[in-house]
Design a protein around this ligand. Sequence first.
Ligand code: LRH
Ligand code: MN
Ligand code: MN
Length: 431
Amino acid sequence: TGTYRISQSDIAEQNAKALPALQEDYDALARRLARGGTDIETIAKAVAGFGVAIPSWGVGTGGTRFARFAGVGEPRNVLDKLEDCATIQKLTRATPTVSLHFPWDKNKDVRAVRQLGDELGLGFDAVNSNTFQDQADQQHSYKFGSLSHTDAATRAQAVAHNIECIEIGKVLGSKALTVWISDGSNFAGQQHFARALERYLESMRAIYAKLPDDWQVFIEHKLFEPAFYSTVIADWGTNYWAATQLGPKARCLVDLGHHAPNTNIEMIVARLIQFGKLGGFHFNDSKYGDDDLDAGSINPFQLFLVFNELVDAADRKALDVAPAYMLDQSHNVTDPVESLMSSAMELQRRYAQACLIDRARLEQAQAENDALMALDTLKSAFNTDVSPILGMARHRTGGAIDPLGLYRWSGYRRHKSNERPAQSKQSAGIV
Ligand code: LRH
Ligand code: MN
Ligand code: MN
């Protein structure tokens, strides 16, 4: 890794300038919320305790479907990636963990990766397997699928890769494996729907059998792409069925971008909670498909409604295990550190707003079929600017009041571009 780090005294110095205005805004908001019976400190504490994992692939400049335009000072390997993740955590205090992806993050010394994580104060969330690309050294191609492939040897290779990911994850201290497969078909008749799903389940059973007792496996569904006619795990129904077949350690992962436009994702979340199968999230946003845009950048109201379900479920003690929160974004036109910081803060914002919802009022409106008052209850929380709470929570936990401002002021990317020689301009592939 490089040597440049944003220091705690940089943060303290910049925060000192911003604090008087923040305090004023915080006090004003505290008074406003108190009028409605809400204690701002409760919300500030909840926000300070919020954490989301950074996807290691998100700190590199993503590729579009057609090309990849390398960014300056890009991380060259998993150690550089951790360094960028630590910068995001240092400024936002909302991203204490990282979700690694293999073989992209392969390192001959996994212990060294864990050690750097420890040094930087980062933990490791779910490890992700990759059987949607061929690697240079692999024997069987995934061109026609992986865990559901018609050929047993190809399936066995994909199973072995997932088991290897579990082994790496054990060294890192991860407690979950996320499995997304791109298996599917492009032409009608190409694939037997039922047989493909049966083969998938058989492979997943072999992986599940190797999961340690305190681990979970998250299954990620995705409507389409790269298969355009049919996808083996295309929707939450199939996902739910597979997770149920596998057993209690298997749960469903909701990637917001993996649904058709206008899908009621918050209801999928509610259903999975009700059925005890919500494993976690890949937060991002999209307008058309799996766009991997920053969380809340297209449809912030939807994100708020997802958090409404999560807060409601937590209040009702309907969650036996806390869902894993992870980001999944990667694109071309922004500095990834800035985008990931703004996504993490966006999640905190929608979470804080969901905590502000007057649940008694909402329940009453629902009981009385008062649709307008129900929506108004949600909207009045959604329309509350909780920025002072977020800023204060960061300040109190040692983060930056203004992470984006501080990041730009620091010249971090410029420093890294000197420390990290330019990377290949080749395509990142479809992810
Ligand atoms: C698939 C996906 C999945 C992968 C990641 C890189 O589209 O969302 O989570 O592992 O992208
Ligand atoms: Mn995803
Ligand atoms: Mn995706």
